[in-house]
Design a protein around this ligand. Sequence first.
Ligand code: GLN
Length: 264
Amino acid sequence: MQESSRVDDYLKCQFSDIALLLQLVLQKNSVWLINNKQYQLSKQEKNLLNGLIEKRKSGVPFAYLSGKQGFYHLNFKVTTDTLIPRPETEILIDIALDLCKNKPCNLLDLGTGSGNIAISLADKNPDWQVSATDFSENALAVARQNATSKINFYQGDWFAAVPNQTFDLIISNPPYIAENDAHLADLKHEPIEALSAGKDGLEAIKIIIKQAPLHLNKQGFLLLEHGYDQRKAIIEMLKAKFTSIKTFNDYNHQNRAILAQLKT
Ligand code: GLN
């Protein structure tokens, strides 16, 4: 990158993530960096840093370089086999905590990825019974490592992972981006099967809404994250078997989640 290898010189460069990458390589926090601007990086540290700068510049998300992402109150290991947990998904946690406040709950997280939804909820409620599925064995291996309490993990395609089981609450942040959506180009480092679902992005959501009634206890709830333009279509799909449909916006005021109760 440059001749000198002092922290100071790196910090002066125009690359916006440089401080984070320095912290990662030196395993120090931001305060240490400010107080140690004269620190000379070793040859090994310099090589490692330059490699990470190149990767970051080529678009690899920071979370895949650090191998970690914060979500709700916990830190999650992430790999390229798992989606990187997003802040907008945190509303699902708030909704579920509110829905099952002071009650026992047997819940299922479909397509758990790094396990962020299931693990955050189980960690907050040690007495809940929490199950989580994923199609990807590699993603499940990451989720298992992230678990902070007992969670039942199952491999399989949506409900095929949990035949004959029923739950009080089924949650999912399924893939919901249309397969020709231009935004997918910016997300090319993440697993495509965790992001995109068919021409209209609704393929996975359709399967979940169709099969959820068979896996819900009486008056059970279904909670889904979805795309900003999918609310109407999802309400239409839910109407046949669900009632008390509630919709939620994310921090950017975009439609993002929907909660519905199984009709009796
Ligand atoms: N449940 C995980 C998350 O919310 C993974 C979701 C997915 O892979 N679509 O980040």
